[in-house]
Design a protein around this ligand. Structure first.
Ligand code: ATP
Ligand code: MG
Length: 416
């Protein structure tokens, strides 16, 4: 038997209804916040992610699904959403319009990782980006939409942590200080962190291995090597968030895994979903647009893991009512034709009508009506077909009402 590939999931039944509901709330909120959707292809040239996400990152080093197509360039299944949006921003000259450009997307992403709770090989991200402006106002706007969505989905126990990584220049100064510090404690670092000493020193700060954590705790803070400009920028962001009434905590250990981040970085972390606790992570990228061949413009965005969001929220509060309005069963040929005609007519009028597609016994049909949770049911036989009057049963109360064929839609609309 062929099964779904490791780390992938089929989504169906109530789960897909919950997912659709969450997506609806996200899309509605994006409209209110002025973000437009962008749909980019599922695969891109590999070079886009190598350059956009960064050579030294976990994503590029170990997690990409990369393959060669016939006679074509190397192709990679999208591991994240920012680099493709930036590519499109440049490719279509969107940067030459008045800025900012506010984009959102809900997309499947692919990463070759060890599957576990909250970690899949195909997962879904909701992402937002504000491109073309560089100000803490845009940073606060991005953070505020993330905060609002988490709140409106009723996700409890989530904290927002913010940090500032400085500009590329000020970060270079800090990285030297940090590398010198970690070199002194090399023997206490895990093997991966030993490699990171030369490739991605910053990442050692968020290693989960206890001995690394201990060393990282004593490391100098990036906030201490921030220049005046950086401090002013960070203070402004904090003040705007305070004005908006969004609670946050400054955490100088939030560094994010991606090379392209500068200045603001942030994470929303849940206290209820175990080890994979980061629901949303994001930050500013001052260099990526230019690095991918565009103008010297800046952007900020986040990626929110939809599966982790669903894990952290109380899904019992999500309205997933998909019950049919009426089940229209039948006996005999005449009844069958009448039932199909009526079902189609009601559906065309926006009423969720169901009939039996299996030509089964009345008993089997009513069993199916129960599974559908239909609010009303009726059976059409020869009598009903000629009298043009239906006996409609309220499935909750058992009460039966006689309703003319032509009045059935207004009967069902009553109480709407
Ligand atoms: P992590 O530290 O958990 O690996 P990350 O830093 O790789 O996360 P990002 O690249 O910032 O994550 O992606 C944004 C969000 O997407 C994460 O915060 C998480 O909610 C979700 N996410 C990332 N990788 C996976 C995955 N393999 N399965 C499910 N969700 C994921
Ligand atoms: Mg990761």
């Amino acid at each position: 038997m062929i099964k779904a590939v490791k780390g992938t999931k089929d989504i169906f039944g109530e789960d897909v209804l919950r997912l659709q509901r969450v997506e609806e709330i996200i899309r509605r909120t994006c409209r209110h916040f002025g973000f437009n959707e962008m749909r980019t292809p599922v695969f891109e040239e590999t070079a886009l992610f190598v350059r956009g996400v960064g050579e030294g990152t976990d994503i590029v080093q170990k997690e990409m699904y990369t393959f060669q197509t016939k006679g074509e360039k190397s192709i990679t299944l999208r591991p994240e959403g920012t680099a493709p949006v930036v590519r499109a921003f440049i490719e279509h000259g969107i940067y030459s319009q008045p800025q900012p450009t506010k984009i959102y997307y809900i997309i499947p992403c692919f990463r070759y990782e060890q599957p576990q709770a909250g970690r899949q090989r195909q997962f879904h991200q909701f992402g937002t980006e504000i491109l073309g402006v560089s100000s803490p106002i845009a940073d606060a706007e991005i953070i505020s939409i993330g905060h609002h969505i988490i709140q409106s989905l009723g996700v409890k126990g989530v904290k927002l942590y913010i940090n500032n990584l400085g500009t590329r220049e000020s970060r270079a100064v800090y990285l030297k200080v940090l590398a010198a510090y970690f070199a002194e404690h090399e023997d206490k670092l895990c093997k991966i962190c030993n490699d990171r000493l030369s490739t991605n020193t910053l990442r050692i700060l968020d290693c989960k291995v206890p001995s690394c954590k201990e060393v990282a705790d004593g490391a100098p803070s990036i906030l201490d090597s921030m220049d005046d400009d950086g401090r002013e920028y960070f203070d402004k962001l904090k003040s705007i968030l305070t004005t908006m009434g969004i609670p946050f905590e400054v955490n100088d250990r939030i560094v994010r895994g991606l090379d392209y981040y500068t200045r603001t970085v942030f994470e929303f972390i849940s206290d209820s979903i175990g080890a994979q606790s980061t629901i949303c992570g994001g930050g500013r990228y001052d260099n990526m647009i230019a690095e991918l061949g565009g103008p010297d413009m800046s952007g900020i965005g986040f990626g929110m893991g939809i599966e982790r969001l669903l894990m952290a929220m109380d899904t019992s509060t999500v309205n997933i009512d998909a019950a049919a309005d009426i089940f229209i069963g039948f006996i005999g040929d005449k009844g069958m034709y009448e039932a199909q005609g009526l079902t189609y007519r009601l559906r065309s009028q926006g009423i969720h009508a169901e009939s039996d597609a299996g030509e089964r016994s009345v008993k089997a049909q009513l069993k199916y009506a129960n599974k559908l949770g239909a609010r009303f049911s009726t059976i059409i036989g020869d009598d009903e077909a000629s009298s043009r009057v239906l006996k409609v049963k309220n499935m909750d109360t058992g009460e039966t009402t006689a309703v003319a064929f032509d009045d059935i839609d207004s009967f069902l609309h009553k109480g709407d």
